[in-house]
Design a protein around this ligand. Structure first.
Ligand code: ZN
Length: 289
């Protein structure tokens, strides 16, 4: 554990700007002797490198695959043996086809297989070649990476990866570490209650020394995840009061109940959209979003 703490507090940061695409800046950070996080565009990538080879968690967008491979090659040359998808969204699985063609084996939950099959068709290289139900464990690079499925959280196919030896967890988009509220994909089986339950369960399985890789935003620790859980619970409470008072979706949106949290929002996920998604999730009503 001391070794892990040292690497945590002395992060090795290698920063490279994509020569052909100045808008995407990749940043590689070491989390343990064998484990790195790669920030780019889209979901955060975890890279395990060791004596058995290489494997990734998530692969961002197809257009970035070449650069992602270049970043991985700086740690160890070769093709990743596996790519684990945390869920089916395109900013986490967009590179699946490119990596599969290079020789990687994609692993994901059964519902990710189903959704990617609906999107790309049977036999597509975007689809996982190994899919699982509740959990599986990857014994590779001297690590036991437990891949655990959480039902109806960010989507209906979420997987969280617990790296036992490195004491690191990759939460996928169950955790948006952006000091704001997350996207809950209610049209893909996601729910706010499911996200809160998943976060609570992850917290039960980590300790004060665990490094937490969120789906988006910087790497943090248990206290960062605790703060996020408190924010989610507060937002849920505010929404329930507003729904009780205003009833209809339009009236709740007009009342701007989440404004009191004084959060900042991204262009693609403004407060109004979060309000709408949370409303649909908490009232179990279908969403057009
Ligand atoms: Zn997502």
């Amino acid at each position: 554990m001391k070794r892990i703490l040292q690497t945590l507090f002395l992060p090795l940061i290698l920063s490279v700007t994509h020569p052909a695409n100045a808008t995407v800046e990749f940043k590689l950070r070491q989390l343990s002797p064998d484990l790195h996080v790669l920030y780019g565009q889209g979901g955060n990538i975890a890279i395990s490198v060791g004596e058995d080879g290489i494997y990734l968690v998530d692969d961002q967008f197809a257009k970035l695959s070449e650069e992602i491979r270049a970043q991985v090659s700086k740690l160890k040359p070769g093709v990743p043996e596996f790519v684990i998808n945390t869920h089916y969204h395109g900013d986490h699985t967009g590179g699946n086809e490119n990596f599969a063609k290079a020789g990687s084996h994609v692993i994901a939950h059964n519902n990710v297989y189903r959704r990617l099959k609906d999107k790309h068709g049977e036999g597509s290289k975007f689809l996982p070649v190994i899919s699982f139900g509740q959990d599986m464990t990857l014994h590779f690079n001297g690590e036991n990476a437990k891949i655990w499925h959480y039902e109806n959280a960010h989507t209906d196919g979420d997987a969280v990866i617990f790296y036992e030896r490195a004491n690191v967890v990759h939460t996928g988009d169950i955790f948006f570490n952006l000091n704001s509220l997350p996207y809950v994909d209610v049209n893909s089986g996601g729910s706010l209650d499911g996200v809160i339950a998943a976060v609570a369960d992850i917290l039960e399985h980590i300790d004060d020394n665990t490094t937490v890789i969120p789906g988006h935003g910087p790497v943090t620790n248990k206290s960062g995840l605790l703060e996020y859980k408190a924010l989610l619970e507060r937002a849920k409470g505010i929404m329930l009061v507003a729904i009780d008072k205003h009833q209809s979706l339009d009236a709740v949106i007009a009342a701007e109940p989440l404004a009191e949290l004084e959060l900042s929002y991204s262009d693609w996920l403004p407060q109004q959209r979060v309000t709408k998604l949370f409303y649909h999730s908490l009232t179990s009503s279908p969403s057009s979003d």
